[in-house]
Design a protein around this ligand. Structure first.
Ligand code: WT7
Length: 651
């Protein structure tokens, strides 16, 4: 990536208010502290955890293999639960659970601990041992967190598989991890109706012979469910007969904690493998400083499902270790109304909200009347994660959701990094809409060019991490070769994140999306994100996805798919498309002017909200559309193609 001269420069900055800055957990000096003595800094962060035995060595680094807090011992579930109860915080609410149908429960730390102890005893009764793998396939209900912590408590690895995945995806992951137990539920609630999970587990297990001995089933919906008494066990029945006494065993700092398969838009899913001490240190540290958590007074809500890394680090481990009170919501944001999330913010007086750009843009599309229908004045900090946030969406988030008073933290990280790596510190950093700003204290991130040379201000290239960090992946389950190849071979000795990035004139980092999402037009590298942001900054555009399609003259031509605010116009569409092309040309430069703009009603997204550009490229290049089984809504591609037959525009 070399030609970034056309990229616009963001001049708006938003400094933290003096009041926020004064009370913030992290002050400016933290950067200098970390720089002076990086490993000493991480030791200080680790000291927030309870260790049964302290480490002998902070870091052993045999590139690309890291061991953190070597020789130390701890237990993840003890840190998340026992500690709070022993120190007098047992009556604090851990989760305000809100089911989609409107049922709700407040669960204290003491109650969570009792449930986890019983669940741990149940796992032991079923013969699960330290080091075994347990697959968890559940809706977003508290039992999912209980199941994860029960595994961690006895040293078994959990492998959570998102409840929206098919039987095929499920069996691939169960097999790859060689799980011996599956924890699931009869089903959950979504879009106003119950959906079933247990039959999908049955279908998966019938398809292949595995080492799964039992299936533990949480009763959530009460649906009729086939039950094989040899294999299936009701969660409530086995828990009922367990003792609520269970002493947590302390494991080595490098004891495996979990495997999590990345959703991966291409190739076989990768089992990303994390261990205990370093992961918990960085998950809790980042949760404390990036979200500025004040456990006694804040109500924190991360909208991610536990099936994703965000749910692992910022629903389960980080927040519970820090003693947070959180909201957990089972359903979708549009049920029963498009204001559901905002109603819950009002109901629980949520003060910290962490969500994804895809939802923020969806809210923009639905209209301001929904957030304006609820009292959002309890909010004091907003977070974003998952993909680059367009400046337009960032501004909307700030104004409409945050009432211009809440700092926004745009947090860059990956399943592989385990915890946040690049983000503003809310009481310190003056933020720019759309930029994740800079590496957190303790983290070293650089932008390098094709030859691995670090670029200067104003330059662009690839994001790399040049120093090991505590919560880094320890490998890909069962495939050491792929681990080295994927992350460590592109730039010798540096971790290659796979994301394009640029540094602006002030040295702020701008993430440009996956490098496969960079287009080459007449020899210029243009990121899909930047063209998308430009399109979304036009008042008539709600969402945009951009791909590079083969072009005989320019190498690649830019093809944009846009969703308009207020739907597809019946007249005057051509005029608007001309205007949009001119808008991009003016904002970024003539080189970025889309060759073609197609107006659509939907965009193809994975269940984690990532746009599947590969499928759009098929449409743009007039090919049959490839495998779309990982789409959240498999019908979207049909809709797009039918819609396009009527609304093409090219000049
Ligand atoms: C990829 C990792 C980390 C939890 C959710 C995704 C993209 C993530 C940002 C951000 C720009 C971002 C990157 C990254 N990404 N956060 N704030 N700005 N891009 O986890 O599924 O492992 O995906 O998501 O492309 O590589 P994941």
């Amino acid at each position: 990536m070399s030609s970034l001269e056309n990229l616009s420069y963001e001049e708006r900055t938003f400094a933290p208010s003096p009041e926020f800055a004064a009370q913030a957990n992290a002050q400016a000096s933290i950067y200098a502290d970390a720089e002076k003595d990086r490993l000493g800094f991480w030791e200080k962060q680790a000291a927030y955890l309870h260790w049964d035995k302290k480490w002998d060595t902070v870091l052993e680094w045999n590139s690309p293999y890291a061991k953190w807090f070597v020789g130390a011992k701890l237990n993840a579930s003890y840190n998340a639960l026992d500690r709070h109860v022993l120190e007098g915080r047992g009556e604090r609410v851990a989760f305000y659970f809100e089911g989609e149908p409107g049922d709700s429960r407040a669960i204290t730390y003491a109650q969570m601990l009792t449930d986890v102890k019983k669940a741990a005893n149940a796992l032991l009764e079923l013969g699960v041992k330290s080091g075994d793998r347990v697959a968890i396939y559940m809706p977003m209900i508290p039992e999912a967190a209980v199941a994860m912590l029960a595994c961690a408590r006895i040293g078994a690895l959990h492998s959570v598989i998102f409840g929206g995945f098919s039987a095929d995806s499920l069996i691939t992951r169960i097999e790859d991890a060689d799980a011996t137990l599956v924890i699931t539920s009869d089903g959950g609630f979504r879009k106003g109706a119950p959906f079933a999970l247990k039959p999908i587990v049955d279908e998966a297990l019938a398809a292949k012979k595995t080492n799964v001995k039992n299936v533990l089933v949480v009763k959530r919906t009460g649906q009729e469910t086939a039950f094989d008494p040899e294999i299936d066990i009701w969660w409530h029945e086995i828990l009922e007969r367990q003792s609520d006494i269970h002493e947590a065993e302390f494991f080595d700092s490098e004891h495996p904690l979990f495997i999590l398969y990345t959703s991966g838009t291409t190739g076989k899913p990768k089992g990303i493998f994390h261990t205990t001490g370093g992961y918990l240190t960085q998950a809790s540290y980042t949760h404390r400083v990036v979200f500025d958590l004040k456990p006694e007074t804040d109500v924190y809500w991360c909208t991610a499902d536990v099936g994703w890394i965000t749910g692992h680090s910022y629903v389960v481990y980080g927040p519970l270790i820090n003693g947070a009170t959180q909201v957990m919501y089972e359903g979708t944001p549009d049920t029963p109304t498009k204001g559901r999330i905002f109603e819950l913010v009002e109901k629980y007086k949520v003060s910290i909200l962490y969500t994804a750009p895809t939802l923020i843009r969806t809210w923009m599309k639905w209209g301001d009347e929904f957030p304006q229908g609820s009292d959002l004045s309890s909010l004091r900090l907003l977070g974003s994660v998952g993909e680059p946030i367009n400046p337009e969406a960032w501004m909307w988030y700030r104004e409409v959701i945050g009432g211009n008073r809440c700092p926004i933290v745009d947090t860059w990280w990956q399943t592989e990094t385990g915890a946040i790596m690049i983000s503003p510190l809310p009481g310190v950093t003056a933020t720019k809409p759309g930029s994740a700003m800079g590496a957190l204290p303790g983290i070293v991130a650089k932008v390098v060019d094709d030859e691995a040379k670090v670029v200067g201000k104003g330059g662009g290239g690839y994001l790399v991490l040049t120093q090991p960090w505590p919560s880094m992946l320890r490998g890909i389950w069962g495939s050491d070769e792929r681990y080295r190849e994927t992350y460590w071979s592109r730039f010798d000795g540096k971790y290659f994140a796979g994301d394009g990035a640029k540094l602006d004139e002030d040295g702020a980092i701008w993430l440009l999306g996956r490098v496969d999402d960079v287009m080459l037009v007449s020899g210029h590298n243009i990121s899909t994100t930047e063209v998308e942001s430009s399109l979304v900054s036009h008042p008539n555009v709600a969402e945009a996805a951009v791909v590079g399609a083969k072009d005989d003259t320019t190498g690649q031509g830019i093809v944009a798919f846009v969703i308009l605010r207020g739907g597809i116009p019946s007249v005057g569409g051509e005029e608007l498309i001309k205007e949009l092309k001119a808008h991009v040309a003016k904002g970024i430069g003539a080189i970025a002017r889309p060759k073609q703009i197609l107006v659509v009603n939907e965009l193809p997204k994975t269940r984690s909200g990532k746009i599947m550009r590969r499928l759009l490229r098929d449409v743009a290049e007039n090919r049959a559309v490839g495998d779309s089984t990982t789409l959240a809504d498999p019908n979207v591609m049909k809709l797009i193609q039918t819609g396009l037959a009527t609304g093409k525009s090219e000049d």
